[in-house]
Design a protein around this ligand. Structure first.
Ligand SMILES: Cc1ncc(COP(=O)(O)O)c(C=O)c1O
Length: 385
């Protein structure tokens, strides 16, 4: 009876599969199983102490009240400075909205741009939350195919743009593939967006996690026309190991930023006051702690690439901390299930990311775990060739 009271919207939404698998793996570990959990989407490092200290200090100083609903001005100014220095982008603090994580920024965007039936193009393989967030906001997720290198199939992209298309999501470096788009590739996507006057939601949360000399470029930095159409999304979760602090932000043309600010002011008011202070410290201080984490991720990624069996199909990640792998002709669900049962490794089935036949492994875990995982997956691939 109570179910009948729920909205059609609530019933249409899938729970986050990555969080569900993480929960299952944690339960098995708690029950004494020796599972290596590779389903997580967060750095295994602790938040650096100087960032924690700044939050503690701000609590002690009484910075515990509501703030400006779009985020404190010094943080928005620091974000503008960061966007200028790192990405060559000029924004004014009024064009920045700080939210409770980049996930929240993205959801605010969909609420701000989607009318019922509006289409949002999501290139596969995609982060699991995009389609569900679009649906909650009343939009329609339209999935764009990928080429063998996991990048956008441009012809398919052109063919699915309609007069209902509001935006395309671009996620470089990508979760779950680790691909990073080059300047030339971004130019091609930008040209299509400009020609068709569609917005680009550029999710850059893995910006700093790039390896082997790969450079992250924000599509918004290519020219003024694409900058106007682009909404840059970023946050502190992945770069500074601050997933639990819940601070993300967007930078956009003023009308978009204002619309998002209005929506946020009615829903959450501000992101947590002292977490904003911590984010300000993280963004505006010396970056060497963050750089150390990147160097560690790179070592792990290199170990995987150098030691994974040639029997396993995978795509070398240039960024983020994930790798998609495929073994034999199993479905994603079967592969994930068997890796869990037979090799005690928790992964995420690729179906949830629009990557059939693959599972996602996160290398945000210790080098010891990674070495053990490679031994196990290689053994599994040998048995199933
Ligand atoms: C591609 C992508 N975008 C956004 C987020 C959300 O990050 P945040 O912790 O800032 O909400 C994630 C988190 O896993 C992600 O993988």
């Amino acid at each position: 009876m109570i179910e009948g009271k729920l909205s059609i919207r609530a019933k249409a939404i899938k729970p986050s599969s990555t969080l569900a698998i993480n929960k299952k793996a944690s339960e098995l570990i708690a029950a004494g199983e020796k599972i290596i959990n590779l389903s997580v989407g967060e750095p295994d490092f602790d938040t650096p102490d100087f960032i924690k200290d700044s939050a503690v200090r701000s609590i002690r100083e009484g910075f515990t009240k509501y703030t400006d609903s779009s985020g404190i001005r010094p943080l928005r100014q620091a974000i503008c400075d960061k966007l200028k220095n790192d990405n060559g982008l000029n924004y004014d603090p009024d064009q920045i909205v700080v939210s409770c994580g980049a996930k929240h920024s993205l959801f605010n965007i969909f609420l701000a741009i989607c009318d019922a039936g509006d289409e949002i193009i999501i290139p596969a393989p995609y982060w699991v939350s995009y389609p569900e967030m679009v649906k909650i906001a009343g939009g329609i997720p339209v999935i764009c195919n990928y080429q063998s290198n996991f990048k956008i199939a441009i012809d398919h992209l052109k063919s699915i743009i309609t007069n209902k298309t509001k935006a395309i999501i671009l996620n470089s470096p990508s979760n779950p593939t680790g691909i990073v788009y080059s300047k030339k590739e971004l130019e091609e996507i930008a040209e299509i967006a400009c020609e068709n006057k569609i917005l680009v939601i550029s999710d850059e949360v893995y910006e700093k996690l790039v390896y082997g000399g790969t450079k992250h470029i924000s599509i918004a930095s290519l020219n003024q026309e694409i900058k106007q159409l682009t909404i840059v999304v970023n946050g502190v979760s992945k770069t500074y190991a601050m997933t639990g602090w819940r601070i993300g932000y967007l930078a956009a043309a003023l009308p978009v930023a204002k619309a998002v600010a209005n929506i946020q002011s009615q829903i959450t008011s501000n992101p947590t006051s002292f977490a904003q202070k911590a984010a300000l410290t993280a963004i505006s201080s010396d970056q060497s702690e963050a750089e150390k984490m990147v160097a560690e991720f790179e070592k792990r990624r290199n170990y995987i690439i150098e030691n994974i069996s040639p029997l396993i199909t995978c795509c070398k990640p240039d960024g983020a901390f994930y790798i998609l792998i495929k073994i034999g002709n199993m479905t994603s669900a079967e592969l994930a299930q068997r890796l869990l049962q037979e090799e005690k490794i928790a992964t995420v089935p690729g179906d949830d990311f629009g990557a059939q036949g693959f599972v996602r492994i996160s290398f945000a875990t210790s080098m010891d775990n990674i070495k053990e995982v490679i031994t196990r997956v290689n053994r599994f691939a040998e048995k199933n060739k």
